[in-house]
Structures are given as C-alpha cells and as structure tokens.
Design a protein around this ligand. Structure first.
Ligand code: UD1
Length: 418
C-alpha cells in the first residue's frame, strides 16, 4: 500500500493542468451501454474509478481500450444485464449502468451498492424514477432487479435533486420514444456534459442545468465522440491548496464558470482569483484568511466535495467560521485528523465550528474517503513539517497523477511504499 509524504509550510509557485472530470466521465461511459455502436471519449482521467468502470463495461460485454486520456468502447455480441457485487462495491457510481441497461433490454439486475463512510447513500430516488417509467422493482440475494414489458415516457419529480438519479433517468429516457419530463433535477455541470453526450447519440435533451429536463428518446441511439469537461473538484482542491499553503498558482484547462460558489467564498476570505475562459490564477492572501462560513448545497450552491479542503483553509483563518454539511450525513471524518495537526474544530451533528489557529503542524494522518483524503493533502502542504498520509487509495480514486501535479505547483510531495 502506498503513502504520501509531504513536507509543507512553504508557499506555492507553479502551474498544473486540470484533468477531465471523473464525475462527468462515469455517466458518459455508462451511456455507451445505450448503443451497439463504437464510442470514443476523450479527456478521460486515469483513475481507479475509471479502471473500475473499464472492468465493469468489459464484464458486461463491451471491449474497452483505454490510455492517454482516450477511452474507446466497442460491443462484443450480446451484453450481460447483471452488475455483480464484486464490481459494484468498488464504486457506487456503478449503479449508473442500471438506466442504460434497463432501457435497452427491459431488464437489469445489479447489486445494491450499500452505504459508505460518508453516509447511507440509498438509491430510492433512482428506483422511484424507474417505476414512473414503467419498471417493476424486486430484490433477490442483495441484488435489485428492474424489469418492464414496455417502458413509457412519463413525468418524474425527484424528492431531492440527486445527481446520480438525474443521470440514470436521463439515460433511460434517451432510449424511450416520447418525451420524459424530469423535475427537481440536479443542476451540476456534469449533468450538462451528459446531456451533450446524449444529444450526440441522437436523443433530444432540453433544460439540462435547470430544474426541469425534457428528454425525447429515440428507438435507437448512435455511438458518440465526446470530450469530457474539466474536473471542477480537482480545480477547487488546487485552488484551496494554494489559498491554504500561500503563494500563487495557475490552473490550466479548467472551467472557472463551474466554480462560482467557491470563487465567491474564497474572494470573501481574501484570496485573489483571476479567471480566464479556460484557466485561472489564484493568489493566496497575505497573512491569515478572513473567516467565512459555508453551507454545502446542491449546485449552484457550495459543493459538498470541496467541504473538506475548505475546512483546511478555514483552519488557519483569523477567527471562527462554521461549515454546515447538508448533503451527506457523515462527512466530517477529516475533522479529527485535522485536530491531530493542530486545528481547533468541534463537530456538532452536521455543523463544524472551526476556530482558526496560526499554524498547522505536520503529523501522521489517514484518509477516510476520497475528498477527506484530498483535504489531508491540502493540510499537509499548509502545515509546518512532515506529514505522512496513509490510505491514499481513497485519493487515487479521484485525483490523476497527484504527486506530479503537486510538484508542478511547488509542493514537496512523494509517494512511498508503506
Ligand atoms: C454525486 C457525486 C459525488 C457528490 C454528490 C453530491 C458522482 C460519481 N458522484 O454522487 O461526488 O458528492 O453527487 O454532489 O457524480 N440520496 C438518496 N436517495 C437516492 C440518491 C441519493 O437519499 O436515491 C441522497 C444521498 O444519500 C445523499 C444525497 O442524496 O445524501 C446526494 O446524493 P446524490 O446527489 O445522488 O450523489 P451521488 O450521485 O451519489
């Protein structure tokens, strides 16, 4: 098992190129199940979650070729309609194969993904949606089975704007003739990228990025050629890395317009951010940042995936701030690790009170999930002395070539064998 060793406490100076978005690539790769034709997806990051998707698509009957950011998917004869536990447990986003397979074969069986360290993460919103389109739901040996004699275009109102449920239902509706209206949809930018991909495949999709999405499906969909959008969570993590450690960095191949809530909060705290069309420059405040409280919300609100690195930034603020987590019920696992590095944080249910301290100090810490892991990296770069980060397999799920990019930004980081 690998660890990171980071010697922090010195200001950053450098530039990094942002990878393609993991959270956009995952549903778009699942959407290739909607067609027999060949698809070519570019700007796909090389990450554990993408490798898991590669394995899952191969298992289901696709031939995948993957390297240098290009992902090519072709179909062998006959797809399986069963995503087993061993593949689904590695990555909850595997549930995204349900919509495309149900639409294509009128039957799909997949393992219930189960909870994870950040919360229960049920899939009831997905299932309610499929039922509205005519599917019957049953359960067997830990698997969910969805089946339908015929799927019908319809109206689905989500009780919460779930990102995964919105994506699953969009993909399913793309292969149902007629217009399906999805209401109270997630508005994350990755939804718009999926919509663009479905349109290239031959579906009509209107309203992606707004609460109401209309999908007019086709009897048959084509293969697609698509370039995945830049990863806004990786971008935000590097912005906060610079803000917390000090100095200035340039981030290339990104989309600043997808990060409005973070940019506003960082500017309030005293960070200078110069945005260009597909790049940005971040200049950390002189001295300690001002305390700014944030509430995580569905997009366009403050993203839950940046809550942990934000907390690191606020750990050194010149005063007290609060972080409210409204999306996941157990997403403060990074707080006790930060306390071990000298932070002063109290967690009360879904609220964390962060009393800024002048300096974080290096310590041995561990990652509890992907974004908490990224927060450990940000803390280590900001802290004085050496930090050893354990369980970095969580980080490897979502951050491509991280140690190389950290070096490019001026962080003394290395990957070592445990
Ligand atoms: C996606 C992102 C993840 C991000 C999250 C919220 C991907 C691959 N992952 O996850 O990085 O943190 O959006 O922005 O894109 N819920 C239910 N029932 C459901 C579905 C969700 O109760 O059927 C709850 C979840 O438990 C959670 C909340 O809704 O508390 C948000 O979940 P959702 O938006 O579905 O997140 P994911 O798509 O899993």
């Amino acid at each position: 098992m690998d660890n990171f060793v980071i010697r922090g406490g010195r200001p950053l100076n450098g530039q990094a190129t942002i990878s393609g978005s993991k959270n956009a690539a995952l549903p778009i790769l699942a959407a290739t199940l909607l067609t027999r034709e060949k698809s070519e997806i570019k700007n796909v990051p090389e990450l554990m979650d993408i490798k898991s998707t590669f394995e899952l698509l191969n298992y289901l009957g696709k031939n995948c070729f993957y390297g240098y950011g290009n992902f090519v998917v072709e179909e062998r004869a006959g797809l399986k309609q069963h995503a087993p536990y061993d593949l689904v447990r590695k990555m909850r986003a595997s549930v995204l194969v349900a919509g495309p397979l149900l639409a294509r074969f009128k039957k799909v069986r997949f393992s219930l993904p189960g909870g994870c360290s950040i919360g229960m993460r049920p899939i009831d919103i997905h299932l309610e949606g499929f039922k509205k389109l005519g599917a019957v739901v049953s359960y067997e040996k830990g698997d969910v089975i969805l089946s339908a004699r015929k799927l019908k275009a319809g109206r689905v109102k989500f009780r919460f704007p779930s990102v995964g449920a919105t994506e699953n239902l969009m993909m399913c509706a793309a292969l149902i003739e007629g217009t399906t209206v999805l209401e109270n949809c997630a508005r994350e930018p990755e939804i718009e990228d999926l919509a663009a991909a479905l349109v290239k495949m031959g579906a009509k999709v209107e309203g992606a990025g707004s609460p109401t999405i209309k999908v007019t499906g086709a009897a048959k969909l084509k293969g697609l050629k698509h370039t995945v959008m830049p990863d806004r969570i990786e971008t935000g993590t590097f912005m906060l890395l610079c803000a917390a450690a000090g100095g200035r960095v340039r981030l290339l191949n990104t989309a600043p317009k997808t990060l409005t809530a973070l940019i506003k909060a960082m500017q309030k705290a005293g960070v200078k951010i110069n945005c260009f069309k597909d790049s940005m420059e971040v200049v950390a405040p002189h001295g300690r940042p001002k305390p700014v409280s944030v509430d995580t919300k569905p997009h366009p609100g403050f993203p839950t995936d940046l809550q942990a690195p934000w907390m690191v930034f606020m750990a050194r603020a010149n005063g007290t701030s609060e972080v409210h987590e409204h999306i996941f019920e157990n997403r403060f696992m990074h707080a006790p690790e930060l306390v071990r590095m000298g932070a002063d944080i109290t967690v009360l249910d879904r609220k964390a009170v962060v009393r800024g301290v002048p300096q974080l100090l290096g310590a041995p810490v561990m990652c509890s999930d992907i974004r908490a892991g990224a927060a450990m990296v940000v803390a280590a770069a900001a802290a004085k002395g050496k930090t050893l980060i354990r369980r970095i397999y969580h980080i490897d799920r979502g951050y491509e070539k991280l140690e190389h990019k950290l070096k490019d930004l001026g962080v003394d980081a290395s990957r070592v064998k445990a």
